[in-house]
Design a protein around this ligand. Structure first.
Ligand code: WAQ
Ligand code: MG
Length: 256
């Protein structure tokens, strides 16, 4: 083993038994680290699960895997924040941003329908931009983007450069959105949290970056999730796309 070996950490927590036996999804999390960071980062993931506003988990799993694939280093998407007065205005704004990213109105509406009804999906829902159909076939599991993180010190430099307040959620969301939109088959992502105490969401695309919207739902609402609007032409492309999301290691890095 060398100092350059990386490990993928994946956490999932549920209440009422494991997810596959019908437990309610409480929390998930993923990151990348070197061997000497495994303990620290596992503790962070456990803390995330054990202090979650969706409830107390009675099932908590962390999987640690050494990875062999080369890591892609990439700059985070540019960020912009739109302030809105309420969730209704926020969702209208998100619809406009998705249209500006190149998605037709009726397909945008299909994505919203999926998200507004989603309260127990633990991964992302994939919508075909041509048909509006959900195509991942994963049900409540969805597709979980894994093997993502920020390169050590880059997050600090990013905060300083853009005068942003420290925000763990946004840190994770920006890593997910940057990896997802890096793939040419992703047209855009729509997200708001399923946590009752976090109402800011975003639209992300390669074209227009990470576009935050301050209110996408009401406090107390446990419905939320992620929708990826994708352009994929075959079953094989779909498989490769899901493989990329789950397996390709991507780290955010700021230019020195
Ligand atoms: N891969 C795919 N889907 C995921 C992942 C992932 N790694 N992580 C979460 N999801 C899905 C899953 O369905 C969750 O239930 C849902 O998204 C919401 O996840 O201020 O906190 O971690 O800029 O609750 C966005 C705004 C916050 C941040 C989103 O989502 C900001 C958030 P949460
Ligand atoms: Mg959540």
């Amino acid at each position: 083993m060398t100092d350059n070996d990386f490990f993928s950490l994946r956490m999932r927590a549920a209440q009422g038994g494991p997810h596959e036996l019908g437990g309610k999804h409480i929390s998930g999390g993923e990151n990348l680290c070197t061997k000497d960071e495994i303990l620290k980062k596992s503790l962070m993931l456990m803390k995330k699960a054990l202090t979650h506003k969706r409830g107390d988990p009675d099932f908590l799993q962390i999987i640690v895997e050494k990875i062999s694939e080369p890591i892609t280093f990439v700059e985070p998407l540019p960020v912009r924040t739109y302030g809105v007065k309420d969730a209704n205005e926020g969702r209208q704004k998100a619809k406009l941003l998705l249209k500006a990213a190149g998605i037709e109105e009726n397909i945008v509406d299909r994505g919203f329908l999926e998200l507004s009804n989603s309260w127990d999906t633990r991964g992302a829902i994939m919508i075909d931009v041509n048909t509006g159909m959900r195509i991942d076939g994963r049900g409540l599991k969805g597709v979980r983007v894994s093997r993502i993180d920020w390169e050590e010190s880059s997050y600090e430099r990013w905060l300083a450069k853009y005068c942003q307040p420290r925000n763990q959620r946004m840190k994770e969301a920006l890593a997910i959105a940057t990896k997802v939109t890096l793939h040419p088959s992703t047209v855009a992502e729509l997200c708001w949290s399923d946590d009752p105490d976090y109402i800011t969401g975003y639209v992300a695309s390669r074209k227009n970056g990470y576009e935050r919207i301050t209110k996408m739902k009401e406090y107390g609402d446990e419905k939320g999730g992620r929708v990826y609007f994708v352009h994929l032409v075959s079953e094989q492309e779909l498989e490769q796309y899901i493989h990329y999301l789950e397996k390709a290691p991507v780290m955010l890095k700021m230019e020195d």
